[in-house]
Design a binder for this molecule. Structure first.
Ligand code: ZN
Length: 330
Protein backbone atom coordinates (compact mmCIF):
# COMPACT_ATOMS: atom_id res chain seq x y z
CA UNK A 1 0.00 0.00 0.00
CA UNK A 2 1.38 3.36 -0.96
CA UNK A 3 0.36 5.06 2.23
CA UNK A 4 2.93 7.85 2.27
CA UNK A 5 2.11 8.77 -1.25
CA UNK A 6 -1.54 8.76 -0.34
CA UNK A 7 -1.08 10.88 2.73
CA UNK A 8 0.89 13.43 0.74
CA UNK A 9 -1.92 13.73 -1.71
CA UNK A 10 -4.83 13.69 0.67
CA UNK A 11 -5.39 17.39 0.19
CA UNK A 12 -6.36 16.89 -3.43
CA UNK A 13 -7.95 13.49 -3.00
CA UNK A 14 -11.34 13.27 -4.58
CA UNK A 15 -11.66 9.63 -3.59
CA UNK A 16 -14.20 8.65 -1.03
CA UNK A 17 -11.89 6.27 0.74
CA UNK A 18 -8.29 5.73 1.65
CA UNK A 19 -6.25 2.69 2.58
CA UNK A 20 -5.62 1.66 6.15
CA UNK A 21 -2.24 1.49 7.81
CA UNK A 22 -3.25 -0.45 10.89
CA UNK A 23 -2.71 -4.17 11.25
CA UNK A 24 -5.47 -6.18 12.91
CA UNK A 25 -5.08 -8.92 15.44
CA UNK A 26 -6.43 -12.30 14.47
CA UNK A 27 -9.44 -13.69 16.21
CA UNK A 28 -10.97 -17.05 16.81
CA UNK A 29 -14.03 -17.77 14.62
CA UNK A 30 -17.31 -17.83 16.44
CA UNK A 31 -18.86 -21.11 17.37
CA UNK A 32 -22.56 -21.23 16.84
CA UNK A 33 -24.42 -23.38 19.24
CA UNK A 34 -26.95 -25.95 18.22
CA UNK A 35 -28.98 -28.66 19.78
CA UNK A 36 -32.37 -29.51 21.03
CA UNK A 37 -34.07 -27.77 23.90
CA UNK A 38 -36.61 -29.81 25.70
CA UNK A 39 -39.89 -27.96 25.90
CA UNK A 40 -41.70 -27.29 29.12
CA UNK A 41 -45.09 -28.71 29.85
CA UNK A 42 -47.52 -25.88 29.58
CA UNK A 43 -50.56 -27.56 28.13
CA UNK A 44 -52.66 -30.45 29.31
CA UNK A 45 -52.41 -33.74 27.52
CA UNK A 46 -54.29 -33.73 24.23
CA UNK A 47 -57.31 -35.82 23.56
CA UNK A 48 -56.62 -39.29 22.28
CA UNK A 49 -56.45 -38.92 18.52
CA UNK A 50 -58.77 -41.73 17.71
CA UNK A 51 -61.61 -41.13 20.05
CA UNK A 52 -64.01 -39.84 17.40
CA UNK A 53 -65.10 -42.35 14.81
CA UNK A 54 -64.32 -45.45 16.77
CA UNK A 55 -65.59 -44.26 20.13
CA UNK A 56 -67.31 -46.88 22.19
CA UNK A 57 -65.69 -49.91 20.58
CA UNK A 58 -63.10 -51.86 22.53
CA UNK A 59 -59.54 -51.75 21.19
CA UNK A 60 -59.63 -55.35 20.02
CA UNK A 61 -62.62 -54.57 17.80
CA UNK A 62 -60.72 -51.61 16.31
CA UNK A 63 -57.79 -53.78 15.42
CA UNK A 64 -59.98 -56.41 13.76
CA UNK A 65 -61.86 -53.80 11.78
CA UNK A 66 -58.66 -52.10 10.66
CA UNK A 67 -57.41 -55.37 9.24
CA UNK A 68 -60.56 -55.98 7.24
CA UNK A 69 -61.67 -52.60 5.96
CA UNK A 70 -58.60 -51.12 4.27
CA UNK A 71 -60.44 -50.51 1.00
CA UNK A 72 -63.95 -50.18 2.34
CA UNK A 73 -65.89 -47.20 3.56
CA UNK A 74 -63.97 -45.58 6.37
CA UNK A 75 -60.84 -47.53 5.47
CA UNK A 76 -58.60 -44.47 5.55
CA UNK A 77 -59.78 -43.57 9.00
CA UNK A 78 -59.33 -47.11 10.19
CA UNK A 79 -55.76 -47.19 8.97
CA UNK A 80 -55.08 -44.04 10.99
CA UNK A 81 -56.17 -45.65 14.23
CA UNK A 82 -53.36 -45.57 16.74
CA UNK A 83 -51.09 -43.36 14.67
CA UNK A 84 -49.50 -40.28 16.23
CA UNK A 85 -51.08 -37.05 15.01
CA UNK A 86 -49.65 -33.54 14.71
CA UNK A 87 -51.77 -30.94 16.50
CA UNK A 88 -49.46 -27.96 15.98
CA UNK A 89 -46.22 -27.22 14.19
CA UNK A 90 -44.73 -23.72 13.85
CA UNK A 91 -41.45 -21.96 13.10
CA UNK A 92 -40.61 -18.70 14.88
CA UNK A 93 -39.50 -17.09 11.61
CA UNK A 94 -40.08 -17.61 7.90
CA UNK A 95 -36.63 -16.32 6.91
CA UNK A 96 -33.44 -17.46 8.56
CA UNK A 97 -29.69 -17.04 8.08
CA UNK A 98 -26.72 -19.28 8.67
CA UNK A 99 -25.03 -18.08 11.89
CA UNK A 100 -28.08 -15.89 12.44
CA UNK A 101 -30.55 -16.15 15.32
CA UNK A 102 -31.82 -19.73 15.59
CA UNK A 103 -35.33 -20.54 14.44
CA UNK A 104 -37.48 -21.98 17.22
CA UNK A 105 -39.44 -24.98 16.03
CA UNK A 106 -42.42 -25.77 18.27
CA UNK A 107 -44.82 -28.66 17.92
CA UNK A 108 -47.36 -30.78 19.74
CA UNK A 109 -48.03 -34.40 18.88
CA UNK A 110 -50.86 -36.50 20.28
CA UNK A 111 -50.57 -40.24 20.63
CA UNK A 112 -51.41 -43.06 22.99
CA UNK A 113 -47.70 -43.45 23.66
CA UNK A 114 -46.20 -41.14 26.25
CA UNK A 115 -43.25 -40.50 23.96
CA UNK A 116 -42.62 -40.74 20.23
CA UNK A 117 -39.45 -40.56 18.20
CA UNK A 118 -39.39 -37.19 16.42
CA UNK A 119 -37.30 -35.88 13.53
CA UNK A 120 -37.29 -32.85 11.26
CA UNK A 121 -36.85 -33.45 7.57
CA UNK A 122 -35.68 -30.52 5.46
CA UNK A 123 -36.43 -30.53 1.74
CA UNK A 124 -35.03 -28.40 -1.05
CA UNK A 125 -37.30 -27.06 -3.80
CA UNK A 126 -38.40 -30.03 -5.86
CA UNK A 127 -38.74 -32.26 -2.82
CA UNK A 128 -35.16 -33.50 -2.43
CA UNK A 129 -34.35 -34.34 1.18
CA UNK A 130 -31.32 -32.31 2.24
CA UNK A 131 -31.28 -32.97 5.98
CA UNK A 132 -32.79 -35.19 8.61
CA UNK A 133 -32.46 -33.90 12.17
CA UNK A 134 -33.21 -36.39 14.93
CA UNK A 135 -34.93 -34.72 17.89
CA UNK A 136 -34.97 -37.88 20.01
CA UNK A 137 -37.90 -39.25 21.98
CA UNK A 138 -40.30 -36.44 22.85
CA UNK A 139 -43.31 -36.29 25.14
CA UNK A 140 -46.69 -36.34 23.47
CA UNK A 141 -49.56 -34.07 24.45
CA UNK A 142 -47.36 -31.12 25.39
CA UNK A 143 -45.59 -28.46 23.38
CA UNK A 144 -42.03 -29.33 22.44
CA UNK A 145 -39.33 -27.03 21.12
CA UNK A 146 -36.14 -27.25 19.12
CA UNK A 147 -33.64 -24.55 18.13
CA UNK A 148 -32.96 -24.91 14.43
CA UNK A 149 -29.60 -23.33 13.62
CA UNK A 150 -29.15 -24.64 10.12
CA UNK A 151 -25.79 -26.10 11.19
CA UNK A 152 -26.77 -29.57 12.41
CA UNK A 153 -25.14 -32.08 10.09
CA UNK A 154 -23.51 -29.25 8.15
CA UNK A 155 -24.91 -25.99 6.80
CA UNK A 156 -28.36 -26.20 5.27
CA UNK A 157 -28.36 -25.15 1.62
CA UNK A 158 -29.67 -21.76 0.61
CA UNK A 159 -33.11 -21.43 -0.90
CA UNK A 160 -36.82 -21.86 -0.28
CA UNK A 161 -36.78 -24.90 1.99
CA UNK A 162 -39.58 -26.91 3.50
CA UNK A 163 -39.35 -28.25 7.05
CA UNK A 164 -41.45 -31.32 7.82
CA UNK A 165 -42.21 -32.81 11.19
CA UNK A 166 -42.04 -36.59 11.32
CA UNK A 167 -42.60 -38.97 14.21
CA UNK A 168 -42.82 -42.69 14.89
CA UNK A 169 -44.32 -44.41 17.89
CA UNK A 170 -43.05 -47.56 19.56
CA UNK A 171 -45.07 -49.71 17.18
CA UNK A 172 -43.49 -48.12 14.13
CA UNK A 173 -46.58 -46.10 13.21
CA UNK A 174 -45.86 -42.79 11.52
CA UNK A 175 -47.15 -39.29 12.18
CA UNK A 176 -50.23 -38.15 10.29
CA UNK A 177 -51.40 -34.58 9.66
CA UNK A 178 -54.54 -33.14 11.22
CA UNK A 179 -57.04 -30.46 10.27
CA UNK A 180 -55.09 -28.13 12.55
CA UNK A 181 -51.66 -28.76 11.09
CA UNK A 182 -50.07 -30.31 8.03
CA UNK A 183 -46.75 -30.69 9.85
CA UNK A 184 -45.05 -28.70 7.09
CA UNK A 185 -43.60 -25.17 7.10
CA UNK A 186 -41.63 -23.11 4.62
CA UNK A 187 -38.29 -21.57 5.54
CA UNK A 188 -36.29 -19.22 3.31
CA UNK A 189 -32.68 -19.91 4.25
CA UNK A 190 -29.70 -17.73 3.32
CA UNK A 191 -26.00 -17.83 4.17
CA UNK A 192 -25.44 -14.05 4.09
CA UNK A 193 -27.38 -10.87 4.74
CA UNK A 194 -27.11 -7.68 2.74
CA UNK A 195 -24.97 -5.30 4.85
CA UNK A 196 -27.37 -2.34 4.75
CA UNK A 197 -30.96 -1.97 5.83
CA UNK A 198 -32.71 0.73 3.85
CA UNK A 199 -32.16 2.83 0.74
CA UNK A 200 -28.80 2.67 -0.96
CA UNK A 201 -27.08 3.02 -4.35
CA UNK A 202 -23.94 1.61 -5.90
CA UNK A 203 -22.59 4.90 -7.20
CA UNK A 204 -20.66 5.21 -10.45
CA UNK A 205 -17.48 3.67 -11.80
CA UNK A 206 -15.45 5.51 -9.19
CA UNK A 207 -17.23 3.57 -6.46
CA UNK A 208 -16.17 0.21 -7.84
CA UNK A 209 -13.55 -2.19 -6.63
CA UNK A 210 -10.31 -1.51 -8.51
CA UNK A 211 -11.13 2.12 -9.32
CA UNK A 212 -8.16 4.46 -9.29
CA UNK A 213 -7.41 6.39 -6.12
CA UNK A 214 -4.55 8.82 -5.47
CA UNK A 215 -1.63 6.53 -4.74
CA UNK A 216 -3.56 3.30 -4.64
CA UNK A 217 -6.43 1.27 -6.02
CA UNK A 218 -9.86 1.17 -4.40
CA UNK A 219 -10.09 -2.08 -2.44
CA UNK A 220 -13.83 -2.14 -1.83
CA UNK A 221 -17.25 -1.15 -3.08
CA UNK A 222 -18.71 2.20 -2.05
CA UNK A 223 -22.41 2.09 -1.28
CA UNK A 224 -23.89 5.58 -0.86
CA UNK A 225 -26.73 5.57 1.66
CA UNK A 226 -28.32 8.13 4.01
CA UNK A 227 -26.43 9.01 7.17
CA UNK A 228 -27.57 6.71 9.98
CA UNK A 229 -28.61 3.80 7.75
CA UNK A 230 -28.13 0.57 9.76
CA UNK A 231 -25.01 -1.43 8.83
CA UNK A 232 -25.57 -5.15 9.38
CA UNK A 233 -23.18 -8.08 9.65
CA UNK A 234 -23.41 -9.95 6.33
CA UNK A 235 -22.26 -13.04 8.18
CA UNK A 236 -22.02 -14.03 11.81
CA UNK A 237 -18.54 -14.32 13.23
CA UNK A 238 -16.14 -12.46 15.45
CA UNK A 239 -15.16 -8.81 15.37
CA UNK A 240 -11.42 -8.48 14.71
CA UNK A 241 -11.00 -4.74 14.91
CA UNK A 242 -12.87 -1.62 15.95
CA UNK A 243 -10.77 1.47 15.33
CA UNK A 244 -10.55 5.02 14.00
CA UNK A 245 -8.29 6.40 11.31
CA UNK A 246 -8.71 10.13 10.77
CA UNK A 247 -6.62 10.20 7.61
CA UNK A 248 -8.48 7.40 5.87
CA UNK A 249 -11.13 4.95 7.00
CA UNK A 250 -12.64 7.03 9.77
CA UNK A 251 -14.49 4.79 12.19
CA UNK A 252 -14.17 1.24 10.89
CA UNK A 253 -14.90 -2.36 11.82
CA UNK A 254 -13.35 -5.62 10.61
CA UNK A 255 -15.38 -8.83 10.96
CA UNK A 256 -14.06 -12.39 10.64
CA UNK A 257 -16.86 -14.46 9.06
CA UNK A 258 -17.69 -17.76 10.81
CA UNK A 259 -17.32 -21.02 8.90
CA UNK A 260 -15.65 -19.35 5.91
CA UNK A 261 -12.27 -17.94 5.01
CA UNK A 262 -13.47 -14.38 4.63
CA UNK A 263 -13.17 -11.03 6.40
CA UNK A 264 -15.51 -8.07 5.96
CA UNK A 265 -14.48 -4.44 6.41
CA UNK A 266 -16.86 -1.51 7.00
CA UNK A 267 -15.48 2.04 6.81
CA UNK A 268 -16.51 5.68 7.34
CA UNK A 269 -19.03 4.66 10.01
CA UNK A 270 -20.95 7.35 11.83
CA UNK A 271 -19.22 8.61 14.98
CA UNK A 272 -20.66 6.95 18.08
CA UNK A 273 -22.67 4.42 16.06
CA UNK A 274 -20.44 1.35 16.42
CA UNK A 275 -22.25 -1.20 18.58
CA UNK A 276 -19.59 -3.91 18.73
CA UNK A 277 -16.15 -4.27 20.26
CA UNK A 278 -13.09 -6.27 19.22
CA UNK A 279 -13.42 -9.96 20.07
CA UNK A 280 -17.20 -9.87 20.23
CA UNK A 281 -19.25 -12.56 18.50
CA UNK A 282 -22.01 -11.33 16.23
CA UNK A 283 -24.80 -13.02 14.32
CA UNK A 284 -25.66 -12.74 10.66
CA UNK A 285 -27.88 -9.69 10.17
CA UNK A 286 -26.96 -8.13 13.52
CA UNK A 287 -26.61 -4.37 13.47
CA UNK A 288 -23.00 -3.35 14.01
CA UNK A 289 -23.02 0.40 13.22
CA UNK A 290 -24.56 3.15 11.07
CA UNK A 291 -23.55 4.69 7.76
CA UNK A 292 -21.53 7.87 8.18
CA UNK A 293 -18.89 9.94 6.46
CA UNK A 294 -15.98 9.89 8.91
CA UNK A 295 -12.33 9.92 7.81
CA UNK A 296 -11.57 10.80 4.20
CA UNK A 297 -15.01 10.70 2.69
CA UNK A 298 -16.97 12.80 0.23
CA UNK A 299 -20.37 12.02 1.72
CA UNK A 300 -22.34 9.38 3.63
CA UNK A 301 -21.63 5.91 2.29
CA UNK A 302 -20.49 2.49 3.37
CA UNK A 303 -17.08 1.47 2.07
CA UNK A 304 -17.36 -2.31 2.08
CA UNK A 305 -14.49 -4.73 1.57
CA UNK A 306 -14.30 -8.52 1.33
CA UNK A 307 -10.98 -10.25 1.99
CA UNK A 308 -10.35 -13.90 1.20
CA UNK A 309 -7.56 -16.42 1.64
CA UNK A 310 -6.45 -15.04 4.99
CA UNK A 311 -7.14 -12.28 7.51
CA UNK A 312 -7.67 -8.69 6.48
CA UNK A 313 -4.40 -6.88 5.86
CA UNK A 314 -2.47 -9.92 7.15
CA UNK A 315 -2.25 -12.56 4.47
CA UNK A 316 -5.62 -12.18 2.78
CA UNK A 317 -6.39 -10.33 -0.42
CA UNK A 318 -9.29 -8.05 -1.26
CA UNK A 319 -11.82 -9.30 -3.83
CA UNK A 320 -14.61 -7.51 -5.67
CA UNK A 321 -17.57 -7.33 -3.26
CA UNK A 322 -20.15 -6.40 -5.90
CA UNK A 323 -21.02 -9.94 -7.10
CA UNK A 324 -21.57 -10.95 -3.46
CA UNK A 325 -23.66 -7.87 -2.72
CA UNK A 326 -25.91 -8.59 -5.70
CA UNK A 327 -26.30 -12.21 -4.66
CA UNK A 328 -27.25 -11.14 -1.13
CA UNK A 329 -30.09 -9.05 -2.40
CA UNK A 330 -28.55 -5.71 -3.34
ZN1 ZN B 1 -14.45 3.35 -0.74
Amino acid sequence: MACRSLLRRLGSASALCAVLVLVPVSAVPANASSGAVEGSSTTAAGKPPNGGAQAGKPPTAKRRERGRSEKGRGGRRSRDVGRPIVHSFALSRARAFLYGPPTTVSFRIADRSRKVRVALVVLAPGGRVVRRIDLGRRRTGVRQRHRLTGLTGGPLPEGALEVRLTARDGGGKHLRPSKKSSGRRRLAFRWHHFPLQGRFAYGGEGSRFGAGRPGHVHQGQDIPAPQGTPVLAPRGGRVRTVAFQAAGAGHYVVLDGAGEDRDYVFMHLQAGSVRVRAGQGVRTGQRIASVGSTGVSGGPHLHFEVWEGGPWAAGGRPVDPLPYLRRWGG
